[in-house]
Design a protein around this ligand. Structure first.
Ligand SMILES: [Zn+2]
Length: 334
């Protein structure tokens, strides 16, 4: 399984988890590999790919830093490293989507950036990689795409960008009402195109996700690709978004649930990291361990078509041992 990553992913001078943790996860994989995962550098996003989703004036502002209020509309300081960072990290989401269409499964250590709008950034999200990747997948021949967003916060930017395009649907289970939206505001009065549920009780987190997955299954759509925004910020120790009752084990179970659900229903899956923030209840090592749950579940639980691929085998001894270690929350680091 290819997982896209480049040192450009962390090239912005503004340092916080979203602009740094891809390297933390990549370094962790170098020290303690997950069997079957290969890190690959993605092509940079092109101008054309960006302006297919975002306003050219906004794209130019991020490129040049002018006007500054627009260049910093996502909420952090602009510097010249921001432009190559977003071309690379969003390019990684596109590369993962296209790779998944070919092989069945891929990922990127970048985030989905689901708050970004057409004409501005929001909530620390500069460009909406999920929607850019969805549009590129459609151009590559996919006909129907599911964006499954399990970040702690609501994906209002994504909802605004896919409004009116019935080929892209979103299932969004959040635990925090930041960037909340209504399906009617997203051009979907019947609630079939975007489904948003904001969980109020951490003990019901998994069952509410299951309900949403059952609901969309009942409607019976066929998807060619799932883009999974695998936020870890629902974790109860997260400084932003965390909800009491959602533990490391809860999120391990969530990743197994999502992988199994996708494996049985959707031929291609591409995942990205999304939210996850250190604070009083979570250090950098703990955050990396949480994101490794997604990688481990994908590497062990979803088979890839074709023979000879290291990810083609069913979960066997090596993958099983790795998965058990991930589930215990240890990647061998202190
Ligand atoms: Zn979030």
């Amino acid at each position: 399984m290819k997982v896209f990553y480049s040192s450009e992913y962390v090239g912005s001078a503004y340092a916080f988890e979203t602009t740094r943790k891809a390297k933390w996860v990549a370094d962790s994989l170098a020290r303690v590999p997950i069997p079957g995962i290969v890190l690959v550098e993605p092509p940079l996003l092109t101008w054309e790919q960006l302006v297919a989703v975002h306003d050219p004036a906004y794209v130019r502002a991020v490129q040049t830093g002018i006007p500054r209020h627009l260049a910093e509309s996502q909420g952090f300081d602009w510097d010249p490293g921001l432009w190559p960072m977003v071309l690379s990290s969003n390019g990684g989401v596109v590369a993962a989507a296209l790779e998944a269409l070919q092989t069945g499964l891929a990922g990127s250590l970048s985030s989905g950036l689901h708050h970004a709008r057409r004409g501005s950034g929001a909530g620390f999200c500069t460009f909406n990689g999920l929607v850019i990747a969805a549009r590129e997948a459609l151009a590559a021949g996919a006909e129907s795409i599911l964006i499954l967003d399990l970040d702690a916060h609501c994906g209002g930017g994504t909802a605004s960008l896919i409004a009116g395009d019935p080929r892209i649907r979103q299932v969004d289970v959040a635990v925090n009402s930041f960037d909340v939206y209504s399906s009617s505001a997203a051009g979907d009065p019947g609630g079939r195109h975007v489904r948003l549920r904001v969980v109020q009780d951490g003990d019901r987190y998994l069952s509410e996700i299951e309900k949403e997955l059952e609901e969309i299954e009942r409607e019976g759509p066929r998807f060619d690709l799932c883009l999974y925004n695998a936020g870890m910020d629902p974790f109860e120790g997260c400084s932003t978004g965390g909800m009491k009752g959602i533990s490391h084990d809860t999120l391990a179970a969530r990743e197994r649930l999502v992988c199994a659900w996708c494996r049985d229903r959707i031929p291609a899956v591409a995942f990205v990291l999304a939210g996850g923030y250190i604070g009083w209840g979570l250090d950098a090592g703990g955050l990396v361990a949480l994101h490794r749950l997604t990688l481990a579940a994908a590497a062990g639980a979803i088979s890839v078509p074709g023979s000879g691929s290291p990810t083609d085998r069913p979960p066997g001894a090596a993958a099983g041992r790795a998965r058990d270690a991930e589930t215990r929350g240890s990647d061998g680091e202190s």
